[in-house]
Design a protein around this ligand. Structure first.
Ligand code: GDP
Ligand code: ZN
Length: 460
């Protein structure tokens, strides 16, 4: 992981033509560099209208320079922001000139996420907030923007920190009684340790729910659509999308289905993998797509196995069954599976049942049952329907919250009458705390930082 101390530079705005382009420099000591660039000392946090010239004294650009002195900056180091005209060639020249004049101090081009990493390492933000910056930049919907902004403001982190604090208080209580084992039971009652633990678990549950919604907002729902040829997968995809995104043909096995489509159901992003694309092939491009589909299946949020409700030609069913078995093998644990019968318009109305009953009967052709199906999908993935107050979260956060919950459950077991062990009770509390600490970065496995920050765009 890049934890170098050299000054770094990057174009902070998107490459390409624009009104303005912002070049940002961060480093332990930038005063000399700014002096070399502009022949003067900049007052921190003032907008300075300045002229940048090349080595021969030729005019490069008139720009606004803002200097932030450490530690009062985004990264916690000295930061220089240059607001230039937004031409790609012009910005190249600005960068080149800066690199020339910063050479002695070792100025180098920043790696993706390196500014934010420095902000994190210098305690300007915690890890959940750093991730929220990336999520804010990548947000695909208004709700995702608002959710990421909330996390960036620290809403998520402060909930986590409150939980950590509550657990700390419990641990202090427990550990102070550890030396007096005969008082264990009495302690648990007097200190209301059990009640307090239950309260923490409840808060954790609420936070998990909210984070789950936030995860859906951020990543959308990964839906796998499987079934024999001709059962109507492409037609259903079209129906769900409300437009012709997939190609429907009446000849089995000849559909050139697109492997993955992204649609939106009630404002929730939904990425649908049509498994019709999973077939034997020697085509390299197609093989890559198939590998990606399997990756998506391994992290699916919900699976639909579609079948034909009407008597039909059974060729292809065997292969579909095999594929179904393969899919079931690689699905993440607890991934909900929905069996759906299509072409209800071709069967007797008596077979058709309501949304609570299974299997669900739909008709991709007439649209019958589609609303029930949408509702069933959103229910199964636990979408609460409200985007109010949601904080954007990642699978990483959910995993930590889940593991923390498990440890708290275990500590609850060690506080039971007849099975009391304050030592194990305290140990499980500590383990739960470690998991929560991983969310904000207080306690972090070594390899994780690199993984998180390399996903950032350059200049952030
Ligand atoms: P896929 O191979 O599973 O993707 O199936 P397609 O979506 O390509 O559909 C196969 C055939 O079934 C096409 O002729 C569709 O028009 C037809 N079909 C799909 N859904 C329905 C339905 O709900 N009712 C009826 N009657 N036909 C359908
Ligand atoms: Zn198809």
């Amino acid at each position: 992981m890049m934890t170098r101390k050299l000054p770094i530079i990057a174009l902070a705005t998107a490459p390409g033509r624009a009104g303005l382009g912002v070049v940002r420099i961060s480093g332990p000591n930038l005063l000399m560099m700014t002096q070399a660039l502009f022949q003067r000392t900049l007052i921190p946090r003032h907008a300075n209208l300045l002229i940048l010239r090349d080595a021969q004294g030729a005019f490069i650009d008139q720009l606004i320079a803002i200097y932030f002195a450490a530690p009062a900056s985004f990264t916690g180091e000295d930061v220089l922001e240059l607001q230039c005209h937004g031409g790609p060639q012009l910005l190249e020249l600005v960068m080149k000139r800066c690199l020339e004049l910063g050479k002695d101090q070792g100025l180098v081009i920043a790696e993706p996420g390196e500014f934010t990493l420095r902000a994190y390492l210098n305690n300007k933000i915690d890890l959940a907030q750093a991730e929220a910056i990336a999520d804010l930049i990548d947000a695909q919907s208004e709700a995702a923007v608002l959710g990421a902004a909330r996390s960036l403001q620290g809403a998520f982190s402060s909930d986590i920190n409150q939980l950590i604090e509550d657990i700390t208080q419990l641990r202090i209580l427990v550990e102070s009684t550890l030396d007096f084992p005969e008082e264990e039971i009495e302690f648990l009652e007097n200190a209301q340790a059990r009640d307090r633990l239950s309260a923490v678990i409840q808060q954790l549950h609420a936070l998990r729910e909210s984070a789950k919604q936030g995860r859906i907002l951020r990543d959308g729902i990964q839906l796998v659509l499987a079934g024999a040829p001709n059962v109507g997968k492409s037609s259903l995809l079209n129906r769900l999308a409300g437009e012709d995104v997939a190609i429907v043909t009446p000849i089995a096995g000849t559909t050139r289905d697109r492997v993955k489509e992204s649609i939106s159901i009630d404002g929730v992003p939904m990425h649908i993998i049509d498994t019709a694309g999973l077939r034997d092939t020697n085509d390299e491009v197609e093989l890559k797509g198939i590998e990606r589909s399997w990756d998506a299946i391994r992290s699916a949020d919900v699976v639909i196995f579609l079948q034909d409700a009407a008597p039909h030609d059974q060729s292809g069913d065997e292969a579909a069954l095999l594929l179904k078995r393969q899919i079931l093998q690689v699905l993440p644990p607890k991934c909900p599976v929905l069996e759906v019968n299509n072409k209800s318009d071709l069967v007797d109305g008596a077979f058709q049942v309501g949304p609570e009953k299974h299997p669900l009967y739909i008709s991709a052709k007439t649209g019958e049952g589609i609303e029930d199906l949408k509702k069933a999908i959103l229910d199964l993935v636990g979408w609460g329907g409200s985007q109010e107050g949601v904080i954007v979260a990642r699978r990483r956060h959910l995993d930590c919250l889940d593991r923390a919950t498990e440890h708290l459950y275990k500590s609850q077991l060690f506080a039971k009458d007849g099975n009391t062990s304050l030592e194990l009770f305290a140990e499980e509390l500590r383990l739960a705390q470690d998991q929560l600490g991983q969310i904000t970065g207080k306690l972090l496995p070594d390899d994780l930082l690199g993984k998180i920050f390399t996903q950032f765009c350059i200049g952030k």
